[in-house]
Write a protein that binds this ligand. Structure first.
Ligand SMILES: CC(C)(COP(=O)(O)OP(=O)(O)OC[C@H]1O[C@@H](n2cnc3c(N)ncnc32)[C@H](O)[C@@H]1OP(=O)(O)O)[C@@H](O)C(=O)NCCC(=O)NCCS
Length: 104
């Protein structure tokens, strides 16, 4: 996603069976808190393919991202202690992608 000032943000996900793994989402500092990540996430959520939930890992130290994910409907599922190189824990977060898709 870009505007005249350059890249505003990006998001990368990977579908593995029933799960969409949100691998990265980032917004340039100049564009943060303007809804860019919300638009990017909504775009991914609009194309779930066969998946029925989205999952991600985030550092327990990343207060901004955790606030964004909670606000976007994600709930904490598990903690991976000392998962990152800096020693911080990883939170595993998950969000149902809703009904309306065929159950196989
Ligand atoms: C986390 C991140 C992607 C959020 O992007 P964003 O475009 O600023 O998010 P939005 O503007 O869509 O925010 C939607 C809501 O999330 C919450 N939120 C977002 N950033 C927040 C912050 N810094 N502090 C508290 N709440 C925050 C708010 O509820 C916000 O709504 P509001 O602005 O009306 O209060 C951005 O801060 C970022 O790129 N951080 C660095 C990279 C990163 O940590 N990525 C995630 C891990 S890979």
């Amino acid at each position: 996603m870009a505007d005249d000032d350059g890249v505003a943000g990006y998001a990368v996900s990977r579908s593995i069976g029933d799960v969409v793994d949100l691998q990265r989402i980032g917004v340039s500092p100049a564009h943060q808190r303007t809804g860019v990540a919300t638009v990017l996430l909504d775009e991914l959520l609009a194309h779930p393919g066969e998946a029925d939930r989205m999952m991600l890992e985030v550092s327990a130290a990343n207060v901004a991202a955790i606030a964004f994910y909670r606000r976007s409907g994600f709930a904490e599922l598990a903690t991976r202690p000392r998962y990152y190189r800096d020693g911080s824990d990883a939170l595993v977060m998950s969000r149902d992608l809703g009904s309306g898709r065929m159950v196989r």
